[in-house]
Design a protein around this ligand. Structure first.
Ligand code: HPA
Length: 271
């Protein structure tokens, strides 16, 4: 087996940090603005970090930002890796293992998704209660790292119940509309056909997107409690489907971003 660069990467980062991060945050497509709220920030481009691949999607700038968010030491990933970019599942999820190595105790994930649930509107937020993995792979395939987690990790509650309760409470208190539902992960990069949207709705998904599930599987494997919030960037009504572009997805994500930022910042203090 190839040598795991994770120790070198952790050492490289620790040398530059004033404090250990406690919470990790992964920011999805068009959702990087939260990084501006991080105080005393140290920004490290992915290409400098041993073992990290670099993000190829233009909307993802590719850096880890360390600092304080609402008083809590965090590491935020601005830009994540997607399977459709050609990375292996292990490459996509390497940063999650790395951030756990740095000492983080919780993981908060955001993403952009298309709504299958007819009650959801563009710009709404949805808390992930569960997911359906339709990706053609799994980051845990291969020999198991028994030092990191079990061969057959339990997935009865992939999203931490305590974190989800807190996110719902914070949303209520701040009058933020927050749906709760099921995220289906597909590989992309094409968007879905009408028949695929119908199928995804029939199998129980409320939204569909191209990320998050690999990171959440690894977080569960390594015992890192996690929560995820999705920004609905388009509505996918198979009987009335309009073409949607990446530019539109990014535009809607940018509009919803301040609300998502508020939700995450307010939640930080009580995590
Ligand atoms: N499908 C898949 N991924 C997405 C979508 C979608 O409609 N919208 C945003 N990410």
């Amino acid at each position: 087996m190839a040598i795991d660069p994770i120790h070198a990467a952790a050492h490289f980062l620790e040398r530059q940090l004033k404090a250990k991060p406690v919470v990790a945050i992964i920011l999805g497509t068009g959702l990087g603005g939260l990084a501006k709220e991080i105080d005393e920030a140290i920004s490290i481009p992915y290409e400098e970090i041993p073992g990290m691949v670099t993000s190829t999607v233009e909307s993802h700038k590719g850096r880890m930002i360390f600092g304080k968010l609402n008083g809590v030491e965090v590491v935020a990933m601005v830009g994540r890796f997607h399977f459709y970019e050609g990375y292996s599942m292990k490459e996509v999820t390497y940063p999650v293992r790395l951030m756990k190595h740095l000492g983080v105790q919780k993981l908060m994930v955001s993403n952009a998704s298309g709504a299958l649930n007819p009650n959801y509107e563009k710009g709404d937020l949805m808390l992930l209660d569960d997911h359906i993995n339709l990706l053609p792979g799994n980051p845990l395939i291969g020999s198991n790292r028994d030092d990191e987690g079990p061969r057959f990790p339990d997935m009865s509650h992939p999203y931490d119940r305590g974190m989800n309760q807190l996110l719902r409470d914070v949303a209520d208190r701040n009058k933020i509309k927050l749906h709760q539902g099921i995220y289906a992960a597909v590989s992309g990069p094409n968007l879905e056909t009408r028949a695929e949207y119908r199928y995804l709705r029939i199998i129980g998904a409320d939204v569909v997107g191209m990320s998050t599930v690999p990171e959440v599987i690894v977080a569960n494997h390594i015992g890192l409690p996690c929560a995820a919030v999705s920004v609905i960037t388009d509505t996918c009504d198979p009987d009335n489907l309009h073409p949607v572009s990446l530019a539109e997805i990014i535009e809607v994500a940018a509009t919803a971003e301040p609300v998502l930022t508020k939700l995450i910042v307010q939640t930080m203090a009580e995590l």
